[in-house]
Design a protein around this ligand. Structure first.
Ligand SMILES: [Zn+2]
Length: 326
């Protein structure tokens, strides 16, 4: 693996020959998720957009330069804004699952409108906190422990806010249900969907010839995973399956390029969420039980997130009735 480029917004790492990870610092720059660029021999493929039309343009430029390919296909791993709001910058085909396209069609405009209303308030409140010497929480509840990080986060959200009027929502051109392969002249990739976990539908991408997994938001590293969906054991089962695959490197949806060991760490995290949620669901007082929970000690400290992050995950799973699903 070698780092081949670093801009203010992302770092590019060549994970294997012709396979590039585009890594952003989570919510601290002008790119909001990670992407991957894959040289297929006669065209190239980009997985996720970095979440902003201008940053996506830089990403496309990098894809042309790194691979020498003119045609750039795009995969939308799932519908969340931080992965798809660069779609309009892509000239060629965009692929997603049927479900992702449906949810994008139904929800994106509403989300864009709600950001137009909510981000100015978030920024105003954040600036007040900064003036008072408080490091506030990020837009997604992760607390910042340095003023520098909180300041950079506010700049990152300001950039997003300033560009909202220029966002022109573009939907995928080609859709599929659960599996698809995309072939080029020198390699192919395999896309596989999981439904009802992190979002309505989430894609992972496997590149067999170099044993690289591109995880979307199902596989994150260096932050505690987002707890959406209802069943932590469903996540754990998927992570068990993924460990049976031949994988050398993982490009996660957020966080740095990871070794396959991240899969067992995440499996463990979801199992711990399940055990705690089961206890929480039986507790007389949910909130007082939750307040006693500490983030699991066997999840490495490099995974950003606090006791509160873990408590929020457990609250969600306890509240959505995991017991009824057993
Ligand atoms: Zn997501």
């Amino acid at each position: 693996m070698k780092q081949i480029n670093k801009t203010d917004d992302f770092t590019i790492i060549e994970v294997a020959s012709g396979v590039y990870a585009v890594i952003t610092e989570f919510m601290l720059a002008h790119g909001y998720c990670n992407s991957a660029i894959i040289d297929l021999g006669d065209k190239c493929l980009v997985f996720d957009t970095l979440g902003h039309p201008k940053t996506a343009k830089q990403l496309i430029q990098e894809a042309h330069e790194l691979t020498g390919q003119k045609i750039v296909y795009l995969i939308n791993s799932h519908w969340h804004w931080d992965h798809v709001w660069g779609n309009q910058s892509f000239e060629h085909a965009i692929f997603s699952t049927i479900k992702t396209r449906e949810v994008m069609q139904d929800n994106q405009q509403e989300q864009l409108d709600s950001f137009k209303t909510s981000l100015p308030h978030y920024l105003e409140h954040g600036r007040e906190q900064l003036e008072e010497g408080i490091n506030g929480d990020s837009l997604f509840g992760f607390p910042y422990d340095t003023t520098e990080h909180f300041k950079r986060h506010l700049q990152s959200i300001q950039y997003l806010n300033d560009g909202l009027d220029d966002i022109d929502l573009r939907l995928p051109d080609f859709t599929f249900e659960t599996r698809m392969q995309i072939w080029g002249s020198t390699r192919h990739v395999e896309l596989r969907a999981f439904h009802g976990l992190h979002s309505a539908s989430d894609l992972i991408m496997y590149i067999p010839d170099v044993k690289v997994l591109v995880g979307g938001d199902l596989v994150v590293s260096d932050i505690l995973p987002f707890a959406y969906g209802e069943q932590p054991l469903k996540y754990a089962a998927i992570f068990k399956q993924l460990q049976a695959m031949e994988i050398e490197h993982i490009i996660p949806g957020h966080g740095t390029v990871a070794d396959p060991e991240v899969l067992s760490i995440l499996q463990n995290y979801w199992e711990l969420c399940h055990a705690a949620a089961k206890q929480a669901a039986q507790a007389d007082d949910l909130e007082s039980y939750l307040s006693t929970l500490k983030r699991p000690q066997n999840i490495p400290a490099r995974f950003q997130g606090t006791d509160k992050t873990f408590q929020a995950a457990v609250r969600r799973f306890a509240t959505y009735g995991i017991l009824s699903n057993e």
